[in-house]
Design a protein. Sequence first.
Length: 266
Amino acid sequence: MLGALLGIALVIIVTGAWGLVVTLFVLAVIAVSLTRVNYGLAVVFITPLVLVLLNVSHPGQWGVADTRVINTLLGAAIGLLVTTAILPGSERGSVVDHSQIALGRIAAFLRAIAIDSAPERLGARRAARTGTDHVMAVIDRAINEPTPLDHPQLRAATRMATATEEMWERAAELELAVAPERMTTGLRRLTNATADQLDKTVTLLSSERPRTPDSPASPSIKPFSRQNTLTSEQPRLAELGESLQSVQSAAAELRQSTHPVRRRGI
């Protein structure tokens, strides 16, 4: 809109050939310089650049610019209507929901590692990866929204996404380290225990009552004793336990920051 108004003014004021050349050069330099800095600001100069260029053959006429202003207003009205009616709220409002889905899928992935064969593991692995990717994508879009980056709710959501990503990576590493035929009773028990804790974390995120800083945290998987003879699987489970603690802490912080608003902001 601002670019179209600027273009109208330039088209009316600049009528000489050399004046048009200088105007086009200045607008082109400014537009290209601002493209990587602020695209919205660059468009303010790209629009008059195009309008002046289209009016080179008919200097002094601003009919094209007039049409541009009308089309911009119509496009803005349509965009506002669509985003309000079809896409209400902020991207940050879906962080909790996507985190619940991702953690639930990671829990299912862990259970597949514990009891299922390779084909079932592969399907659960892909589902968990997709859920984790969705959480990260929501955070990326939320960061680009007009909210300060140091906003406590956005920080909590970013921490939740990072912890979820780390949890998936640890589960994937465990899958690679432990073949189905090597799954022992002890490994199965600890893997399922971790999945159970993730399910409790999902319940925490969905509960109406936020967890207070004084409330006890959910029990987490205990790391292996250094006195034990560690196999290649045991360090993986110890790392899995550490990631679980990060997820639980991040979930509590996210739930506290999002209460009671869920859809209109984080």
